[in-house]
Design a protein around this ligand. Sequence first.
Ligand code: SF4
Ligand code: SF4
Length: 97
Amino acid sequence: MDPKVPGDAPEPPPQVAIIQGRQCLAYRSLSCSVCAERCPEPGAIIRERGIPRVDPMVCTGCGICQEVCPAPQNAVLVMPAPPKTLPMNWGPTNHGI
Ligand code: SF4
Ligand code: SF4
């Protein structure tokens, strides 16, 4: 198999970031916006009153937010993405767990 031939290598499965509220500093009224500042996809992390939320329709699952999260217990999970047809509020990110 020649990896230089387009379509020859299998595509990695799509992934998406999920922010776990229990670990996230911003959920505990501590100022943190590192994930939103470092995310390369405009609109993938939306901050509402300082609380970050991932838009799974925009997130590419690159994992940068997970790498840079400074919380003592990393607040970001990168998981297999749901089908893009699911509603934006899919996943535990938006339920504050
Ligand atoms: S970088 Fe981590 S702790 Fe900071 S807001 Fe993002 S998920 Fe929360
Ligand atoms: S995984 Fe990448 S694209 Fe998705 S929210 Fe994190 S930094 Fe942004």
